[in-house]
Design a protein around this ligand. Structure first.
Ligand code: P1T
Length: 384
């Protein structure tokens, strides 16, 4: 196994990996099997049943742990399955403090699924540290942070959240989907759990749905693995293989996503008909200093609003794009455009999402790794 001390780019390729024991295959075989032969009851080669463990998944988990600077990782059937498992650590009566701007599906599982089991969720502007402190009480068990947030690219100070969590004996989980570990490693900043929709930058090619958790604590990973095995929220071996393959080019892709993100964000800012551009790389971004301190670059996720800020205008722009594909999701090599109000954030009631700035006029871009000149020409023609 490659030493843990390797630098990040090397870890994307070698972290936790070793040639397969059977024939020395450099990439782990896709172990399509549900079960494993036992010589006698309980006497086996470390694998019993693929809901519990699978060698392809094990290889992916070792890679995920390595790139997130953690001791452990667990791979899940989806990002939502990973979130579901974290919340199942809680009991009725427990309270969670979460960002007020977050993926619509996360908001949905919190408010429509787990609230019914007696868990209370507070959605707070976590850029305001005092506001977070105000909501902590004896029942608080978890801080749920998304940074950058989806879709408004707010930046939450992970170190500051970790100080609050530690002072109050509360877990801190960070959804690192938008940044990826190339840009930000929350465990190094004091988080207890890092969560990913690996469907996005980790997979990187829009061909797989998978989720992940990474962490350091042995007792905690045992509890999470127990819940996962009990619920059965595991990915198949082919999906694990695809994400492992994606991770091997994460650093090269993220570098280009960040370069193209800057070029597109600067173009949009200079456009006379664009009213507002949300991208943490701008010095004028309200949390730019925190972003600079905790991220290595600013990535390829951008949201913007046309000066009309209307549903009709947003629909006209996203429908006119030719290189950007109008689609849910993000983080693939190809550029995608989305309309959060009607797509990814439709499950958040209009009055709540509009309060945080997710208006009907908001457009979200996942800037891919094409030539930035082509992406800018496409936006130019769509903006008319
Ligand atoms: O789609 P899934 O792999 O289950 O992951 C859910 C999820 C969790 N966290 C964040 C920050 C996410 O963005 C997502 C999924 N998001 C989209 C599909 C989207 O287009 O925003």
């Amino acid at each position: 196994m490659a030493p843990k001390k390797l630098k990040f780019n090397s870890r994307t390729i070698h972290g936790g990996q070793h040639p397969d024991k059977a024939y020395g295959a450099v990439m782990p075989p896709v172990y399509f099997t549900s079960t494993y032969a036992q010589a006698k009851p309980g006497e086996h080669l470390g694998y019993e049943y693929s809901r519990s463990h699978n060698p392809t998944r094990t290889a992916l988990q070792a890679s995920l742990a390595s790139i997130e600077s953690g001791n452990y990782a667990l791979a899940f059937a989806s990002g939502m399955a990973a979130i579901d498992t974290v919340i199942k650590l809680l009991q009725p009566g427990d309270e969670v403090i979460s960002t007020n701007d977050l993926y619509g599906g996360t908001y949905r599982i919190f408010t429509k699924v787990f609230a019914a089991y007696g868990i209370t969720f507070h959605f707070v502007p976590m850029g305001d540290i005092d506001e977070v402190k105000k909501h902590v009480n004896a029942n608080t068990k978890l801080l749920w942070v998304e940074t950058p947030t989806n879709p408004l690219m707010q930046i939450i100070d992970i170190k500051a959240m970790s100080l609050i969590a530690k002072a109050n004996n509360v877990l801190l989980a960070v959804d690192n989907t938008f940044a990826s570990p190339y840009l930000q490693r929350p465990l190094e900043l004091g988080a207890d759990i890092v969560m990913h929709s690996a469907t996005k930058y980790l997979g990187g090619h829009s061909d797989v749905v998978l989720g992940a958790l990474a962490l350091n604590d042995t007792a905690l990973v045992e509890r999470l693995a127990f819940i996962q095995n009990s619920s059965g929220s595991v990915p198949g071996p082919m999906d694990a293989f695809l994400v492992l393959r994606g991770i091997k080019t994460l650093h090269v892709r993220m570098q280009r996503h960040s370069e193209n993100g800057r070029a597109v964000a600067e173009y949009l800012t200079s456009h006379p008909d664009v009213e507002k551009v949300y991208w943490p790389g701008f010095e004028t971004h309200p949390n730019h200093e925190v972003a600079k301190a905790q991220m290595d670059d600013f990535g390829g996720m951008i949201s913007f609003v046309h000066k009309d800020n209307s549903l009709d205008k947003a629909v006209a722009i996203v429908s006119a794009l030719k290189i950007f594909t109008l689609a849910e999701s993000l983080g693939g090599v190809e550029s995608l455009a989305g309309h959060p109000a009607s797509m990814t954030h439709a499950s958040i009631p209009k009055e709540i999402r509009e309060k945080t700035g997710v208006t009907d006029g908001l457009i979200r871009l996942s800037v891919g790794i094409e030539d930035s000149e082509d992406l800018i020409s496409d936006l130019a023609q769509a903006l008319g």
